[in-house]
Design a binder for this molecule. Structure first.
Ligand code: URA
Ligand code: SF4
Length: 203
């Protein structure tokens, strides 16, 4: 069996953190296992918990639209997942112990998919990937390198829905992602241009 599918099967009954008590189902991730581009959000919401797929609500529609308009890519050409795979009750923020418990799944997904570029959506994804405590407004639109993979943080699409003034900046960041995707040189080594940083303890 394909390794990513195996990992997904192993996650479906996971009880490693308290979020398992509230979920309808684990929302593991969706898309192309060979994707060059991976999006990482925060946590499943109501619609995702019901459907078992990330970003299927209003924020997801906006995300799909901007990705398609700025890169020409559709959902089945990329890979989408979240920092935690189970919906927090009442859509509260994921807590530190939950993020830590779930992190091995995310790390294994990144290792197996080996995308060329990761786009971190919002504070939780950016902090989890980069181990930085700066807010997303400071981190967004910059290129970081984590384990040889370029990481571009940007606003969470739900933030764009709340504040439509952010849409142009969001589009700019997805344009940057597109540019990086099309850069020559497949090698994922740390000599690539980008901001180096101390590996966070989660990694
Ligand atoms: N928000 C997220 O962070 N992830 C989803 O899957 C849906 C909404
Ligand atoms: Fe397991 Fe992650 Fe769900 Fe917690 S959020 S129960 S660690 S799959």
């Amino acid at each position: 069996m394909e390794a990513l599918q195996k990992l997904k099967d192993s996650a479906l009954n996971c009880q490693k953190c308290k979020l398992h008590e509230y979920r309808t189902q684990v929302v593991f991730g969706v898309g192309n296992p060979d994707a060059d581009l991976m999006f990482i959000g925060e946590a499943p919401g109501y619609n995702e918990d019901v459907k078992g797929e990330p970003f299927v609500g209003a924020a997801g529609k906006l995300l799909d639209k901007v990705i398609f308009e700025e890169t020409g890519l559709t959902r089945n050409q990329i890979y989408i997942t979240n920092v935690v795979k189970c919906r927090p009750p009442n859509n509260r923020n994921p807590e530190e112990d939950e993020i830590v418990a779930c992190n091995p799944y995310l790390l294994k997904q990144i290792e197996l998919i080996k995308p060329k570029v990761i786009c971190a959506l919002g504070n939780f994804a950016a902090r989890t990937l980069l181990g930085k405590n700066e807010g997303i407004s400071k981190l967004r639109g910059r290129i970081f390198i984590s384990h040889g993979i370029k990481v571009v943080p940007t606003f969470h699409p739900a933030a764009i829905l709340r504040n439509p003034n952010l849409i142009d900046t969001f589009r700019e960041d997805i344009k940057l992602v597109h540019i990086l995707l099309n850069e020559p040189g497949e090698e994922k080594d740390s000599s690539k241009k980008g901001e180096e940083f101390e590996q966070p303890s989660l990694f």
